[in-house]
Design a protein around this ligand. Sequence first.
Ligand SMILES: [Zn+2]
Length: 86
Amino acid sequence: MDELRLDGNAAAGTLGEVFSFEVTTAEYACGGCGKAGTLGGAAVYEVRDLGIIVRCPGCDNALIRVAHNRGRYLVDLRGTKYLATG
Ligand SMILES: [Zn+2]
């Protein structure tokens, strides 16, 4: 493998493309039960004054947690095996 080590700024273009995808058609696999589906088919719960939790419709595992605090978004994807652009 031929790798070139750069600082984090070099990832801006690729990550900018990755994180601007159509969310409703993005595919996930649940880290709890392995179910795969699209985010548009998952269950979303709003947590007042904090953010949202996206849960697996198969096992209720928290797939994604998004908190909004002091003008910043904090995203926790630990409940997914993967998230793929749609
Ligand atoms: Zn699940």
